[in-house]
Ligand binder design. Structure first.
Ligand code: SAJ
Length: 405
């Protein structure tokens, strides 16, 4: 392969699809990951994550010599940082992966290069990285284009959204913004909106916080309706008939690596100002705890009434419907919580999107539903929406899977 034009640091859920898309367009891409197995898998034209259409694109790009992976960065013209930004125990953002990826490429940078961060980052990260770069390479001051452009793709639809979604692009100065826009224009058909780095960083955090707040409203309604003996699904459906009301759906909590994480990046920096954002996190976390409590109390009621322990089917482990991703999954948290101090024999755990799990013993859906006295639907997977013959069972449907509205 000839010298790469683009270096992508981080080959995970966003980095690899981005690398594959750019390479598919005939640009030589060098992907970097600290995980040797990931690098080897990709160099064999295979993928380590589940995402529709990604496998074919990676296989094409690798076999045609446009994509190569390594644990080391290589000389290029454009560097994209697409590494994780988790939070620490106190919910403060941890940007150490962004820092170390940046440090890796600092020795390679030359005049005229472009450096773009895509990782979700607290406000000010891009400027911080700019200072880091210029501190180590003062001769490059003002000679490198530095920008922030958050990814906004939905897992499960990444390959489509990478191309078609609008992008928000913010440079540390105007010429950096323009240069980054020029880069994305080659691969993205959505509109490219120009701003500064701080606004672009905040924009990503605000998008996910807005969704978190809206889901918290739906979850709060579900708690109120449970006490008021009102069907929350019917209620929301009816309220949404109003032309200016659009309430989201309650569930067993909010999971994934984005919506359950990004709001903390605002709250930890602006705790006094971000009261609704912080409260929404609390409400959504509490909803998972409430679901676990509800399962336990339903189980105790059953024992009192029938004089024996019930068999319980727990349906779903993924963080949202029809995916295999269990990261930050509220369903997984609930299952773990109800299994604490419980006799595992009483539970059947079902997750149709994965074959096995290192902690949970999985049961086939039909067996679990047939055997169980209590059916708990944690995630609205398509398989669960089709369940019938539940008349003699106690059903706790936290996901709305059975609602035909
Ligand atoms: N959820 C509900 N009720 C709803 C919608 C979602 O409880 O009405 C729950 C889901 O079950 C899941 C969680 O919220 O546990 C998050 O799911 P999601 O589908 O809302 O979002 P993600 O995390 O898969 O992807 C989000 C997207 N952001 C927005 O929609 C604003 C995506 O566009 C981002 O690129 C992604 O985060 C990211 O990487 O930041």
């Amino acid at each position: 392969m000839q010298n790469p034009e683009v270096n992508i640091l981080g080959l995970g859920y966003i980095g690899l699809p981005t690398a594959a898309l750019i390479a598919k367009n005939g640009t030589h891409v060098h992907g970097v990951d600290i995980n040797k197995d990931v690098v080897e898998t990709i160099n064999n034209g295979k993928i380590h994550i589940v995402e529709p259409d990604l496998g074919e694109t990676v296989s094409y790009a690798v076999s045609n010599g446009f994509l190569r992976a390594s644990t080391e960065a290589a000389l290029a013209n454009t560097y994209l940082i697409v590494v994780p930004t988790p939070f620490k125990n106190n919910h403060e953002p941890d940007i150490s992966f962004v820092e170390s990826a940046t440090e890796n490429i600092i020795p390679l940078l030359k005049k005229g290069d472009t450096y773009i961060i895509e990782s979700t980052s607290p406000v000010g990260t891009t400027e911080k990285m700019m200072h880091l770069i210029y501190e180590k390479r003062p001769e490059l001051k003002g000679e490198v284009f530095i920008a922030y452009c958050p990814e906004r793709v939905l897992p499960g639809n990444v390959m489509y959204e990478l191309v078609h979604n609008d992008r928000v692009i913010g440079g540390v100065d105007e010429k950096s913004t323009k240069k980054a826009v020029e880069f994305y224009r080659k691969y993205v058909t959505g509109e490219l909106h120009e701003t500064n780095a701080r606004t672009a960083e905040m924009c990503k955090l605000v998008e996910n916080s807005s969704r978190d707040v809206q889901i918290a409203f739906a979850n709060e309604l579900s708690l109120i309706c449970d006490k008021a003996d009102i069907d929350v699904w019917e209620l929301i459906n009816l309220a949404n008939k109003h032309p200016r009301v659009n309430i989201l759906q309650p569930g067993c909590g909010v999971g994934g690596h984005c919506i359950a994480v990004d709001p903390y990046f605002i709250v930890s920096e602006y705790p006094m100002e971000s009261r609704i954002i912080g409260k929404a996190r609390e409400v959504n976390n509490y909803k998972s705890f409430w679901c676990a409590e509800k399962i336990v109390s339903t189980k105790l009621e059953f024992e009192l009434r029938h004089g024996r322990k019930p068999k319980i089917a727990l349906l779903g482990l993924a963080f949202k419907p029809d995916i295999d991703d269990l990261r930050e999954s509220p369903a997984k948290y609930i299952v773990q919580r109800v299994l604490q101090d419980a006799n595992n024999e009483d539970y059947y755990i079902v997750e149709p999107n994965i074959d096995n799990h290192n902690i949970f013993k999985l049961t086939d859906l039909t067996v679990a539903v047939k055997e169980a006295d209590i059916i708990v639907i944690l995630v609205a997977h398509k398989e669960f929406k089709q369940l019938t013959e539940l008349e003699n069972k106690i059903v706790l449907d936290f996901s709305g899977a059975l609602k035909k509205l």
